[in-house]
Ligand binder design. Structure first.
Ligand code: MOS
Length: 748
């Protein structure tokens, strides 16, 4: 029998894999309580105006329809109070579903039909007739740029850029200059599992909610405040999540409308969004970035000037850190950046995998490629030349930065040294071959997190925290952490996540969950071990060899069993026996890991980032302009890697998303109606298998004892940062043509 514990750092296959592939994993739209009602939302086809008339007589005739909820008959709750603040939202005035007759964006819910069957609800939803009074709107990003602004007071995570030197003057004096405007199309979230909520109204009136979210406790807090309920009246589950990467950070309108319907009708309700409805919200902001770089002919950066604008709605100020990354990552005496947001009549743009950096790092790295060429220098050499060992924007030391090693090892693996400098110089038949590279940077964050560890009489170790596993491998890495920390085989460990009643854990996101929940589980297991040993030391009927072992410090916990010596004989004690000796059915602790355990972040006074170097090969059909990505190599420096298999999957998945960003994904606005029109997979292209080559992910050794208690930085987002730029730079190397719009198409 294999009873060896499974340590952090091993490539363990997902422990939740079996439940997922056999359909045992339960998602938000799957619970089926008795008397369940199906809710189907009717969305506005106009971008701005108001509802002039709403007729539901025909809709109500459909057999099975129970209620049609609109702004006229919905119950009043705290969300509709003027003073209401969406704690999960962004600064500004949150959109309040079914508040009043006013239309603020195309796709806004105007009614929701509740019926005994989904089919009846859907049919009735099509029969709800709404007359609108149309007001002028603007959904055009270019036009919105004329109204760009910076909100005066914000409570977002936005970090204002910090200038140094005199960038405009240094730019004017630079012998080598490049400048350009870059544009990113809006991209919509397309997770496999669409937004869905099931609200089960229990016999005592409490709500058990299953929601597609990245944070069960945030949704619990949202619903209690939005619906004026007390905390113990709502419990939120999300044990499995079919992909999210930002779309599940804030509560979406489906969860509020499902819960409002349940409150109104006192019945269980399920609301699932369709794929087209996913295009009524959750998109990465459209962006423009103006970048000007100056250098001396020897390839030394002299000046960096960055101006960025991203879009937001008319009612909320969504802000991203798009302009800071190059200023942080490159040594350059003169640098400045500015940032504003541009409002238009759409729903508020939102977070999408590495929000801000995905836009900003990729454009900056495209500009770096351009100036390297202007200096007639290899782009890798140029980056090594201008390498900063500190956070150059804040003039702060870093906890670690193994980007140099990532560049060198990635280049070696890719075979970069064989690359001819001149664009268009490698050819195979009618295909031009190009090699490009870029670097990536993303925050390495840590949030205080609690976890419970409980040893039970059957010898099993139960770990619980309110983390979410959005498909990233959280169950698995936490099982490995517990296995190592409590020296217990992984198959004797149960991991419970995705329940708002579990110990407090921040919403999954920002690549902080591995470091944060990992630290909490590690700490809880350590304390549980101490508690077990203390109980044995104090117990009454404890065998002498155990007492002696404890006194002489040679009682050990290994491979799920206590080992000691009895008169020179090795002897063991199972967890079952240990618990029975101390007369307990179970032993339990709950612990909270706080930033740095060795001191707070502000005490550390160090900046913290994850880095990467991405290398790409493309083939471009010279006649048709078709681009094929044929190789991708990503060398990642992310501190300690908890599970190389799941971590590499994260980076690969992000590279697939980045390939979509570089070549395919683009939400197209019809300005006349203010709607994103290509709201299905036929017209919104996400990469298919045929678009994706074999991808190699290398993890560069990076020991960082300050970053987080386990030395972990997180890998959920870094694969987005730099990959699209490496693809764009490879296309330049193949064709000699600079594309400054993403996604890239022959005409862009
Ligand atoms: Mo990520 S955009 O923090 O889910």
């Amino acid at each position: 029998m294999n009873v060896i514990s499974t340590n952090i750092g091993q490539s363990v296959s997902r422990i939740d894999g079996f439940a997922k592939v056999t359909g045992q994993a339960k998602y938000a739209a799957e619970p089926h309580p008795p008397g369940l009602l199906y809710g189907v939302i009717v969305n506005s086809p106009i971008a701005r105006g108001q509802i002039a008339a709403l007729r539901d007589t025909e809709a109500r005739k459909i057999p099975g329809v129970v209620e049609i909820m609109t702004h006229r008959n919905r119950p009043h709750t705290a969300l509709f109070e003027k003073s209401y603040v969406d704690g999960l939202g962004v600064p500004g005035s949150p959109y309040r579903p079914l508040h009043d007759a006013e239309i603020r964006f195309n796709g806004q819910p105007v009614a929701i039909v509740f019926a005994e069957t989904f089919e009846a609800a859907r049919e009735a939803a099509m029969l709800v007739e709404v007359d609108y009074e149309r007001w002028p709107h603007n959904a055009d990003f270019e036009a919105a740029l004329h109204q760009k602004y910076m909100p005066s007071k914000t409570r977002s995570n936005y970090v204002p850029p910090k200038s140094r030197g005199n960038a405009p003057e240094a730019y004017a004096l630079s012998p080598v200059k490049v400048e350009g405007r870059y544009h990113l199309a809006p991209e919509h979230h397309n997770p496999m599992e669409m937004h869905a909520t099931t609200v089960i109204v229990e016999d005592d009136g409490t709500f058990t909610v299953w929601d597609k979210t990245q944070g069960p406790q945030s949704v619990q807090a949202y619903l209690t405040s939005a619906l004026s309920l007390s905390g113990d009246k709502v419990r939120v589950h999300n044990p499995y999540v079919g992909g999210a990467f930002g779309s599940g950070l804030r509560a979406q309108y489906n969860v509020f409308l499902a819960a409002l319907g349940a409150k109104m009708l006192k019945r269980s309700v399920r609301v699932t969004l369709t794929r087209p409805q996913m295009f009524t919200h959750v998109f990465r902001p459209e962006a423009v970035m103006d970048i000007a770089l100056g250098a001396s002919p020897d390839g030394t950066l002299q000046s960096m000037i960055v101006e960025g604008v991203t879009d937001t709605s008319r009612f909320e100020h969504n802000m991203e850190n798009i302009v800071v990354w190059g200023l942080i990552n490159y040594k350059c005496p003169n640098a400045t950046a500015g940032y504003t947001i541009a409002p238009r009549d759409t729903y508020t743009s939102s977070d999408m995998r590495a929000p801000g950096a995905t836009t900003g790092v990729n454009f900056f790295e495209m500009a770096i490629d351009e100036i390297a060429y202007a200096c007639n220098m290899d782009p890798l050499t140029f980056r090594l030349n201008n390498y900063s060992d500190t956070d150059a924007m804040h003039d702060m030391p870093l906890t670690s930065k193994a980007l140099r090693e990532a560049m060198v090892q990635g280049a070696q693996h890719f075979g970069w040294h064989d690359r001819p400098m001149a664009p268009g110089s490698i050819r195979d038949g009618n295909e031009l071959i190009g090699w490009g590279m870029a670097t990536g940077i993303w925050d390495a964050m840590f949030s205080p997190t609690s976890a419970r560890a409980r040893l039970t009489a059957d010898g099993r170790l139960h770990i619980a925290t309110a983390a979410s596993d959005i498909g990233t491998g959280t169950y698995t890495i936490l099982a490995q952490t517990a296995s190592e920390a409590f020296s217990t085989p992984i198959d004797r460990i149960d991991i419970e996540l995705g329940d708002s009643t579990l110990p407090e854990c921040p919403t999954e996101g920002g690549s902080w969950t591995a470091a944060s929940a990992g630290a909490a589980v590690w700490l809880a297991c350590q304390i549980l071990r101490e508690k077990l040993f203390k109980a044995l030391a104090k117990g009454k009927n404890i065998p002498a060899w155990v007492k002696q072992g404890l006194e002489q410090d040679n009682l050990t916990l290994e491979d799920g069993i206590l080992h000691g010596m009895n008169e020179n004989q090795k002897i063991v004690l199972s967890f079952q026996d240990a618990l029975s000796l101390i007369g307990q059915d179970a032993l339990e602790v709950e612990e909270t890991a706080k930033p740095g355990l060795r001191g707070t972040i502000s005490q550390m006074r160090k900046a913290r980032f994850t880095h990467s170097a991405v290398f790409c090969e493309v083939r471009v059909d010279q006649e048709l302009g078709i681009v094929r990505i044929t190789r991708l190599v990503n060398a990642v420096a992310a501190g300690r890697i908890m599970n190389p298999k799941t971590a590499a999957s994260q980076v690969r998945g992000a590279m697939v998303m980045a390939a979509g960003m570089a070549l395919h994904e683009e939400s197209l606005m019809d300005e006349r109606v203010g709607r994103f029109m290509n709201h299905n997979f036929a017209e919104y292209h996400i990469p298919a298998h045929a678009d994706i080559p074999d991808m190699d992910v290398l993890f560069v050794e990076e020991k960082d004892s300050e970053i987080s208690p386990l030395g972990v930085k997180g890998v959920g987002e870094i694969g987005m940062c730099g990959t699209a730029a490496a693809i764009a730079n490879a296309i330049f190397h193949a064709t000699g043509h600079r594309h400054r719009n993403l996604p890239i198409s022959p005409g862009s």
